[in-house]
Design a protein around this ligand. Sequence first.
Ligand code: UD1
Ligand code: CA
Length: 490
Amino acid sequence: MSDTSLDPDLAVVILAAGQGTRMKSSLPKVLHRIGGRPLVGHVLDTARDLAPAHVLVVVRHERDRVAEAVLGVSPEVVVVDQDEVPGTGRAVEVALDRLPDFTGDVLVLSADVPLLDDVALGDLLAVHRASGAAATLLSARLSDPTGYGRVIRDSAGGVDRIVEHKDATDAERAVDEINAGVYAFRAEPLRDRLGRISTANAQAEKYLTDVVGMLRSDELGVAAQLVTDPSLIVGVNDRVQLAEAGRLLNARTIRRWQLAGVTVQDPATTWIDVTAALSPDVTLLPNTHILRATTVAAGATIGPDTTLNDCEVGEGATVTRSDATLAVIGAAATVGPFSYLRPGTQLGAGGKIGTFVETKNSVIGDGSKVPHLSYVGDAEIGRGVNLGAGAITANYDDLAKHRTVIGDEVHAGSHNVFVAPVKIGEGAKTGAGAVIRKDVPAGALALSVAPQRNVEGWVEKNRPGTGAAAAAARVRSSQEADDGSQEEHG
Ligand code: UD1
Ligand code: CA
């Protein structure tokens, strides 16, 4: 099978076999997430933008979990298992074994360098191809180069070799130009040198970086392309760097949406996943999280203090200090403050879910309102409905969930309990405190509370000696005195 839009002379190898010891995690490092996507997912995404004919991902540590995550988003990728020989050089070697006849360019990426973009990679490849070098690597100058491999240059300023931090002398550690771990190689010289690198180094690994020095001693061209924006090449090795990479990615995402017409009042406390989509004139207020596949239509205002997971927010809607997952919020609807929308909530246009209201698996029709202190679960609510404060759908009888169906224009009194399964017909009304156990016909008034009866004098008789009895006695004697003086004058 061949796809003519792909570059037949380009293969991308993504290194994802390392253990990621410094993360101290049961989750493989490359599956840790930033911007709502695993590290390896970001790298795959960037690789795909270059339209390579081959994409190979090298796995070993927790290989099944990593392979599943990779193939889940990119089924066309070839997953290659690294054997017990450790090191980045060995990883590339086993990948190239899968492409024995390939003679084009091999772009090597690390799954733990997630912020590289397609522009920087495209530049690297173009420079590499134009120069005819055997290898071209990305480098950067860092104020703190600790941990990275250093680019050692010769007296003429050319790349001589790369030395790993752990193997470097003090003088070499003072070099601030680092190897980003991203390279373009010509396949043939790379394949040849990989077969010859040793494990004689501080980590007893086959270092891919050793290929650079070998190519140079064979007088083949090696070039380094310095990136001007070092944030592109941050490597994630521990959780400090994970947070830093997440922050840089978020800043980039926010900037992209700001330039597309979104107001972000406080970028430092706003988090937007790379998978979310916003429209012009959306306003995001401080401490707002727009996560996963959430979409927000034009003119909506979200926040402050709001988290949306996989939600769809309609034009001009307002969501304030609320938490929602898998919910649809209609145009011009209002949510919050302090609402909790669980999966399957669908609020119609112009509707309202108000303060201290929890909803789940419920359709709330256009213009319908659940304004205060309520739980609405497994309900189907028509248009123009108003539920009074404290409405509860009792949807669970210890055995199964049941539905509450409320017709258009129903106005329910305060503190109602709808004991599902139950239906309230169109236009019906319910009294305050009603417990609705039976269906209510359209247009009826449903009352379930007995008429109020006052038993005069009950407190003084039954609670003598209490403050309540004393208060009641004071009112009684002043009333008796009034009555007496009226008799005298009458
Ligand atoms: C590597 C480079 C270093 C560079 C840095 C940039 C080497 C020897 N060193 O160091 O010069 O400055 O990246 O971020 O290449 N991996 C495998 N198989 C293995 C070992 C690692 O696939 O046997 C993968 C890892 O999963 C990771 C990547 O290769 O995605 C880099 O490995 P890591 O151990 O993090 O290398 P660094 O020490 O960061
Ligand atoms: Ca690394």
